[in-house]
Design a protein around this ligand. Structure first.
Ligand code: NAD
Length: 470
């Protein structure tokens, strides 16, 4: 096992070169290179080759950065993104086709259509928790839509950032796709440039910085943010399946997942049964000592490790609670008797700590969720369609999974994104292609007839007919 590795510095791009880099990709876009479908297809095929031929290097880098288990590295990063690219390749010509729409009487004879055109040069800023997927999956959508792209991976996963800086120019068109290494200073320099779209994945605080910088150039943004995604478990839920799916989703990537179930609201009549199942499942997944399991990741850095350890005091551990700063280990942990006014229930947890709170009813759970910010995801476990409908109608969230967690984002035709403080805009599948395309409305008119109804001099007669026909 490679972990723990000696600290490795992420690559840093000299900030003085950033204006020239932005100008270079702008020139490439203006040359028209990226528009033809043949170029788009080739780039997607090369991206797929990067993900498959270099899978071992990618999994090694993920393991070096935070001991991401190799299965998780494949399932949630390299393999996930390769599947996304294949889907995009298979649908691309359909998505690029002009979309015919109906034409109103006033414009006949004529026809109307919507053309998708590339936005231009896009900036993709990524976080550290899925450091491959969250760079390359938006990139696939940007390339499919015919754009140039500049990528800014996170500095907190240096092995992945270093590898991307090496592989991207090796596989993709260097004129059109560039990688910038660095942290705040480099990202700030990038944000000073004019982009045609900024696609940001990360926390709300930096999301605000990005939006403010984008406003200066009136650049549209997609913000893929986070939040506290609730998980409601009703009295009639299949508790064995619920415990398996919740524990998998929470402890995957050691809880460092934007759509991880942040906390559970369980009907009080099944609280202790659910806790028993969760206890069993954690041992089934990670053994008696999860620290020895090769299937459990580490916390990304010591700052986040200390933050998470600090949250443990806001509840009572019924599972886990052990931690080790030297290896940034924090056991898969389930907390009860949770303090409602502490940081645990105030901030996004983003680690392997699952608070479980008992509620009297689904209505109380809905009130609890509604009293907080709109989350990125919401999960409900119940056998009753009425309960599911009540939760769907009573809450707002970026997405929902019924009787599962996280899996909604693996459906290619479901747009993935937040609402309110959990984000704006969406991607995945066609939504990703649309996110990086301008929908250009085109009305084609015939000159065969030209009724003068709309032209001056206006008259009562013309107005009478205009009111009837237009
Ligand atoms: P972050 O916001 O700290 O950093 C994201 C990126 O912004 C990094 O590339 C970083 O270098 C850059 N950055 C940081 N500070 C900056 C500043 N002051 N100015 C300009 N750029 C700056 O996020 P993170 O800690 O890497 O990721 C965790 C957050 O991301 C969580 O809130 C999580 O929920 C969210 N997230 C959301 C999704 C999603 O798809 N919605 C996916 C993964 C993570």
């Amino acid at each position: 096992m490679l972990f723990p590795m000696p600290p490795l510095d992420a690559p840093h791009t000299d900030v003085s070169t950033i204006p020239a880099l932005a100008a270079d990709v702008r020139r490439t876009f203006e040359s028209g290179l990226t528009r033809p479908i043949a170029w788009r297809r080739l780039q997607l095929q090369r991206l797929h080759a990067l993900l498959t031929e270099r899978e071992k290097d990618l999994l090694d880098a993920l393991e070096a950065d935070f001991q991401k288990p190799r299965f998780e590295g494949w399932a949630t990063e390299a393999g996930f993104t390769a599947t996304d690219v294949r889907h995009t390749l298979s649908q691309l010509s359909k998505w690029m086709r002009p979309e015919r729409v109906r034409t109103n009487l006033a414009n006949l004879p004529g026809s109307s259509r919507i053309l998708r055109e590339p936005l231009g040069c896009v900036l993709i800023i990524a976080p550290w928790n899925y450091p491959i997927q969250l760079v390359l999956s938006p990139l696939a959508a940007a390339l499919a839509a015919g754009n140039c792209a500049v990528l800014k991976p996170s500095e907190l996963t240096p092995a992945c950032a270093t590898l991307l800086a090496k592989l991207v120019p090796e596989y993709l068109d260097r004129e059109a796709v560039r990688v910038v290494g660095g942290a705040v200073e480099e990202t700030t320099a990038l944000l000073r440039e004019r982009w045609d779209h900024i696609f940001f994945t990360g926390g709300g605080a930096v999301g605000r910085v990005v939006m403010e910088a984008a406003a200066k150039h009136l650049t549209p943004v997609t913000l893929e943010l986070g939040g506290k995604s609730p998980c409601i478990v009703d009295a009639d839920a299949d508790l064995v399946t619920a415990a398996h799916r919740i524990a998998w989703a929470k402890f995957l990537n050691a809880g460092q997942t934007c759509v991880a179930p942040d906390y559970v609201l369980v009907h009080k009549s099944v609280e202790s049964a659910l806790l028993d199942e969760l206890k069993k499942v954690v041992t089934e997944y990670y053994g008696a000592d999860p620290q020895k399991s090769p299937d459990f990741a580490r916390i990304v850095n010591t700052r986040h490790h200390a933050r998470l350890v600090g949250l443990l005091g806001d509840g009572e551990a019924v599972v886990g609670g052990q931690h080790d700063a030297a290896t940034r280990y924090l056991a898969p942990t389930v907390l009860t008797k949770v303090k409602l006014d502490g940081k645990l229930m105030g901030d996004e947890i983003f680690g392997p700590i699952l608070p479980v709170l008992a509620v009297d009813s689904v209505s109380e759970a809905i009130r609890f969720v509604r009293a907080r910010e709109k989350p990125l995801a919401l999960y409900v476990y119940s056998r009753s369609q009425d309960t599911v409908d009540e939760v769907l109608a009573g809450t707002s969230s970026g997405g929902v999974c019924v009787n599962d967690c996280i899996m909604h984002l693996t459906v290619p035709d479901l747009p993935f994104g937040g609402v309110g403080p959990s984000g704006m805009g969406a991607y995945h599948g066609k939504a990703g292609f649309d996110c990086f395309s301008h929908r250009k409305s085109v009305l084609d008119k015939s000159t065969m007839v030209d009724p003068p109804l709309r032209y001056p001099p206006y008259s009562a007669d013309r107005e009478k007919w205009a009111r009837r026909l237009l």
